[in-house]
Design a protein around this ligand. Structure first.
Ligand SMILES: Nc1nc2c(ncn2[C@@H]2O[C@H](COP(=O)(O)OP(=O)(O)O)[C@@H](OP(=O)(O)OP(=O)(O)O)[C@H]2O)c(=O)[nH]1
Ligand SMILES: [Mn+2]
Length: 179
């Protein structure tokens, strides 16, 4: 087996352990790990990304924000580049939600190319998930607001990956949201 395959298995196993008790917000309570795996898969399968550090960062992208994982822990295990990408896509949970959302819009254009790729795939996965089923307790307006806000973030990520951006454009168009 290639060493890259071994590294990806180590990484997906780490993420699965960390997200072990977490579920998505859908009615079926889908295991949370489906999301990071799906984000990495969008990057490889649809985005044509073979940069292993980007794929690792995609698998780990919600561990710091949503579990007890620290950036230092990621750095020690997966190295400087992977931990830096995850850091770049991690919201500051100490901030109020509105401020976190505002900062994502503000920071998107200044992120590294690798972090922009992870952000594009993260948004693409979450928007498709919203089309698949509505999270428990979300009225239609909240879903639409998420699309409007995601478009503002994606605007700052343009010029990064044409295939992923085409997919996102189509989803916004279906919702009547201007990109
Ligand atoms: N569409 C969808 N999203 C779900 C579901 N379960 C959990 N999520 C997560 O919820 C987040 C979006 O919900 P919000 O209410 O906007 O954000 P919050 O979790 O920070 O409060 C996303 O976080 P994120 O990945 O960190 O991305 P971001 O939206 O914060 O950029 C997404 O992954 C689900 O069933 N459907
Ligand atoms: Mn995510």
């Amino acid at each position: 087996m290639s060493s890259e395959a071994v590294i990806l298995l180590e990484t997906v196993n780490f993420a699965a352990e960390k997200h072990r008790n977490q579920r998505r917000k859908d009615a079926e309570q889908t295991p949370y790990i489906n999301h990071p795996i799906g984000v990495a898969r969008i990057l490889s399968h649809e985005g044509g990304i073979t940069d292993i550090e980007v794929l690792q960062a995609a698998l780990l992208h919600d561990t710091v924000e949503d579990t007890d994982t620290s950036i230092g822990e990621l750095q020690a295990i997966f190295g400087q580049t992977v931990s830096r990408i995850v850091q770049e896509v991690t919201d500051d949970k100490a901030l109020p939600k509105h401020e976190r959302k505002r900062q994502q819009v503000e920071h998107a254009p200044h992120a590294s190319h690798q972090a922009k790729l992870v952000k594009l795939a993260d948004k693409l996965y979450n928007l498709r998930d919203l089309n698949r089923c509505t999270p428990t307790g979300w009225p239609a307006e909240r879903v639409q607001e998420y699309f409007v806000w995601a478009a503002q973030v994606v605007r700052g990520l343009r010029g990064t990956n044409p295939a992923l951006e085409r997919q996102l454009e189509e989803l916004f168009k279906q919702r009547g949201v201007e990109l």
